[in-house]
Design a protein around this ligand. Structure first.
Ligand code: ADP
Ligand code: ZN
Ligand code: ZN
Length: 746
């Protein structure tokens, strides 16, 4: 039998994850040694006996065999919460590709000295009726921030200060003013005691509809039977998904189980958090980016100690070490923010399913516009599918108009606003209602299209749009295909073949020209360098200090502005023609979400979608709010091209300070992958290598290739082979990154 070796970390105090040391696994210990197990090892010159954790196992020695010591024994009491975390780290490393240390750091909390935590709570002083009266007065004076606080306190006697500040978008100065006026008291409570526990809990309870309780009971029945499932709840916003989550968690908690709730940070709204606080009081904790490392560590310690039942947070909340985890909920499971952008580039959905299987927990995914991945698997019976079709309450869907920009050009309108949109903006200004104008520009890499017929220049091999480069070249960033930019449209012969160049600034300028009296706010990466400026803009818009908010995709998510009755999407094609295979999916999701921003209050909403491709299925189905129609067409495209989720795709990115070295290694790695495929006669496809879409960042050159295969594990093996190849290389100044089923093109 071949020798086996274990990487052991001897000092795993959380603040400092040390580098692993390699030890031989004696034959007699055999299969009892695997990642997560505690072992005794001889350490240092004196061979002192130390306890360490196994973080990796392999059949390859990294050092001469006689230099490698042997593990002395397996620690029988070895299965701790930490063991489970290490097993997760090991899985991340294998499944997504990263160093052991990077994987451990993803999973283990950073321990840091914690200054005494201060949590402030806000208590109302006069009674609720007086606050409501005062809120009316504030509203008349257009002091809407004050009014928001007063109304919130009229509903809840005590609220966490953070919740008001962050989620109601209220400035500290406003809070101080209200305190001076005698409306409220701001008090400091030491150490993580959740103030909401004092809240009035005898509020009316919602009675779940039969559709809702059927889902809750079904999930719980599978769980109790010892066959926990992954399920997908497909239901439009407002269909009652969150109530289902709450119902499941409540039953789990009653059984002594714990719950992790993932919600993208941008969707963690005041109302949502309040619902969790009210249901679970100080047994719930929220994790978000405003917490310091120390505060995060503290929460994790509380979770381990059994002081919490529910944790809510973005991606990283997944690694909360609950000893009796019962369910993981992934709300808005289609969100791109669930994919980590640094190694290991894990996806929270897949990782949740893995963690749940370790604990025998259930997984509940929810979305109004499910990812193709989730819906595909639900259709195939891998996940259980629940459809929620009715909406609670009477909020109506907005009216959607699709405007063909080619027609506008024909009629001599070269403005960024179509006649329809201009007309509706004017109406809103006269009615004192608000408008949001949305320009999706993220990842926009200079696609070229015809203004007369809408034809988009695409790669003949990959069916994604080509990107315009200097020197009049059009380049495919999957396969490297290139062609010379043409003067006229190959489809209709028009000379209006050009890149789309309007930015948010140009739109604000156009508004100034056409609506000189309108008050306009702009929100994009330039105007929101700091977290505060982002909140300031949102608060100003919520306070109706502006009539029109112009922004990038950051304005479409999570925010409810009841006075917004018009949403304009200026160029829906921008996201459609991103040079990657998820462009159609992302466009459909963005348009559906953006449309959902209109008419949140009592007033009905209208949406204008401006596009050069009104016949594109993403746009047609988004306008019709027809998820299934969209899914059928999109999955057919993925099937045809063998893109995920039908097959799997691994992106290998080589980053190097030296262009030649990077290109060389990238070429070699692509050849290794291709050879392997040949050897095993696998139906593996290697695409590229090519220069990345952004060929150079910070003086580092980027080269990329893609590998496609129907079986994910085959790609994991390719990744392992490439890692092995790199280990034997003296490649200095070059790093290799792996990204499975990437969300973006490189
Ligand atoms: P989603 O999470 O799908 O957007 P929510 O769970 O937030 O939907 O429900 C939308 C609204 O309908 C919320 O205000 C919620 O309180 C209310 N609601 C949902 N289910 C019920 C119910 N069974 N009875 C009363 N109100 C409900
Ligand atoms: Zn044309
Ligand atoms: Zn191509």
């Amino acid at each position: 039998m071949a020798e086996r070796y274990a990487d052991v970390i001897v000092d795993i105090s959380h603040e400092k994850v040390d580098r692993p040391f390699q030890y031989r696994i004696p034959q007699e210990l055999g299969q009892t040694v695997y990642p997560g197990v505690r072992v005794h090892v001889p350490f240092g010159k004196g061979n002192r006996d130390k306890v360490g954790y196994v973080v990796d196992v392999s059949d390859r020695a990294d050092y001469p065999a006689d230099k490698i010591k042997s593990i002395t024994a397996v620690d029988e009491k070895g299965v701790t919460a930490l063991s489970a975390q290490i097993r997760i780290a090991y899985w991340l490393k294998r499944q997504y590709g990263s160093t052991t240390i990077a994987a451990l750091k993803t999973v283990l909390p950073v321990k840091q000295k914690l200054r005494q935590l201060e949590q402030k709570k806000v208590t109302r002083l006069p009674d609720a009726d007086k606050l409501r009266a005062a809120a009316c007065v504030c509203e008349e004076k257009h002091q809407t921030a004050k009014a928001r606080v007063l109304r919130a306190l009229a509903e809840e006697e005590v609220l966490p200060y953070e919740l008001i500040r962050r989620k109601l978008n209220v400035a500290p100065s406003t809070m101080q003013a209200l305190e001076k006026q005698g409306f409220l008291a701001i008090e400091t409570e030491s150490v993580y005691r959740n103030p909401v526990k004092h809240m009035d809990t005898k509020e009316r309870r919602v009675v779940l509809s039969s559709a809702q309780s059927a889902i809750v009971e079904d999930v719980m029945q599978d769980y109790r039977a010892g066959t926990p499932r992954t399920c997908l709840i497909h239901g439009i916003t407002g269909s009652g998904k969150t109530e289902v989550y709450l119902g499941i968690i409540e039953q789990m908690v009653a059984m002594g189980r714990q719950a992790i709730v993932l919600i993208p940070e941008i969707a963690l709204t005041y109302q949502t958090l309040l619902r969790f606080y009210k249901r679970f009081g100080d047994r719930v904790s929220v994790m978000n980016s405003t917490l310091s490392q120390g505060e995060k560590y503290d929460q994790i310690r509380r979770a381990e100690a059994g002081e919490l039942d529910v944790i809510i947070g973005p991606r990283s909340a997944l690694f909360t070490p609950f000893p009796h985890l019962g369910v993981i909920i992934v709300d808005e499971e289609h969100e791109a923010s669930y994919k980590s952008e640094s190694a290991p580039k894990y996806h929270a959905r897949e990782t949740a399913i893995r963690i749940a299987s370790m604990y025998g927990a259930s997984v509940v995914l929810g979305s109004a516009t499910p990812s193709l991945e989730a819906y595909y698997r639900a259709r195939a019976g891998v996940y259980k599918l629940y459809e929620m079709t009715d909406r609670h309450g009477n909020s109506r869907l907005p009216s959607v108009y699709v405007v063909d920009l080619r027609e506008e050009l024909k009629h001599g309108n070269r403005s960024v606003f179509s006649a329809k949109l201009r007309d509706l903006i004017g109406q809103r200004l006269r009615a004192g209602e608000q408008t949001m104008l949305f320009l999706n520009r993220r990842g926009y890499a200079g696609f070229v299209s015809c203004r007369a017929c809408g034809h988009v220049m695409k790669c003949p091999h990959c069916d994604v749009s080509l990107s315009e480069h200097r020197g009049g070249r059009l380049v495919c960033h999957y396969c490297g295909y290139e062609e010379i930019r043409r003067a006229v449209c190959p489809s209709c012969g028009s000379k209006y073949l050009m890149g789309f160049k309007a930015g948010t600034e140009q739109i604000v300028e156009a508004l100034r020209r056409e609506f000189p009296s309108a008050r306009v706010l702009r929100m994009d990466a330039d105007t929101t360098r700091t977290k505060e400026s982002y909140e300031k803009i949102l608060a100003a818009f919520a306070d109706e200090k502006a009539d029109i908010l112009v922004g990038t995709q950051m304005i479409v998510k999570g925010h409810d502005f009841p006075n917004v009755t018009l949403v304009g999407i200026l160029a829906a094609d921008l996201s459609l023609n991103r040079n990657d295979y998820r462009a159609g999916e992302r466009t459909f999701q963005l348009l559906t979400q953006a449309a959902g921003r209109a008419g949140r209050g009592d007033k009905p909403g209208e949406v204008v979608i401006q596009t050069y491709q009104p016949e594109h299925y993403s746009i047609v189905h988004a306008a019709g709010q027809d998820y299934l129609g969209f899914y059928e067409e999109e999955i057919a495209y993925r099937q045809l091209m063998q893109y995920p989720p039908v097959a799997h795709m691994l992106a290998v990115l080589v980053v190097s300070g030296e262009q030649g070295a990077g290109a060389k290694l990238c070429g070699e790695l692509a050849a290794v992958a291709a050879n392997r495929a040949k050897e095993r006669a696998q139906s593996l496809q290697v695409i590229g290598p090519a220069e990345a879409a952004i060929g150079k960042i910070n003086d580092l050159y980027r080269h990329v290739f893609y590998v496609k295969h129907s079986d994910y594990q085959a790609l994991v093996e390719i990744k392992d082979a490439l890692e092995l190849f790199c280990r034997d290389q003296e490649a200095k100044n070059v790093s290799v990154q792996y990204d499975f089923d990437p969300m973006n093109t490189y």
